[in-house]
Design a protein around this ligand. Sequence first.
Ligand code: NAP
Ligand code: ZN
Ligand code: ZN
Length: 349
Amino acid sequence: MKSYGYAAHRAKEPLRPFAFERRELANRDVALDVLYCGVCHSDLHQVRDEWGVGIFPMVPGHEMIGRVTAVGSQVSRFKPGDLAGVGVMVDSCRKCESCQQGLEQYCEKGCTFTYNSPTADGQPTYGGYARNIVADDSFVLRIPGGLDPAAAAPLLCAGITTYSPLRHWRVKGQKVGVVGLGGLGHLAVKFAHAMGARVVLFTTSEGKAPDALRFGADEVVISTNENEMKRHADSLDFIVNAISAQHNLNPYLGLLKRDGVMALVGLPDKDLSFSIPNLSFKRRQIAGTAIGGIAETQEMLDFCANHGIVCDIELIPIQKINEAFERMSRNDVKYRFVIDLASLRNESR
Ligand code: NAP
Ligand code: ZN
Ligand code: ZN
């Protein structure tokens, strides 16, 4: 199937138009015309090859909502015309313990990511900065009615990545810190608030405080202000750390009470430092967590429909993607860019 989108042809190069082939529809496949695709900071890390695993040309995009155009003969969950979503994964082994437990993101054979991932036929996967996508129906999500598709698209990555740890560590009734008010962080605030936590948002950007309060934070702390930080020392049960850049963990670890947990969702290109006594003498824990399983992603979408949660977005035509990446690297995003793929229809190919 022919497709067309925007690709980084080499690491660090601006994205430009790219014509490519999608696989033909197999029995269990769903084909979608992409309507909206969120711009995740992971897209920026990967087009710049900051994780050192880039396959080029690379069509990024793993937060997409589209309209089903065709389904394979064995697909019963979707029909043409349905709204559907594709997130960060498009396949996994389905047999290992993690897959059997609905934790496909931790597949022991390694899951297949939506883009920048090798496949058995030797072709890499290509993401959602494109007209269409073909994916196995087990990895396609239903979009509940009532969610604005443009504002819901980033839920497919930013949403599940913050929902999953807040559920896993059962934050209801806890004092929860969210560090970094970006795409992930602003959803972490909304989810933690909706789950019944008391939420403190830690930011380096003074101007974001009113937005954080609107998203459901009970308090906002400027993390560079030592006095403000001290007021919360040893008091948090749980922290979601969504910072995209290298930073020192110690000031944030000092916020945790005994046995408190900091879950790192940010994936900076360089390792982070912390002092071991800062953990030892309060039995604090640092954890990592990656997106969420497919069933949990569906649960998250339903939770969003029930609680009226979507992202705060800035809709852009695809022709503005390089500018959007520049702005994201300058921390100038409120709070997620979403590409309107209607903008691709004006391009001839
Ligand atoms: P984003 O929208 O760019 O937000 C990142 C936030 O980090 C910024 O808004 C800023 O918050 C803070 N920040 C940036 N540079 C900083 C610095 N030098 N020091 C302190 N704070 C800084 O990014 P995103 O899309 O939310 O993604 C965040 C990270 O999560 C990325 O590394 C991404 O790759 C990763 N990610 C991981 C997963 C996973 O499965 N684990 C999934 C998706 C994304 P303030 O202005 O409030 O300080
Ligand atoms: Zn992402
Ligand atoms: Zn598996």
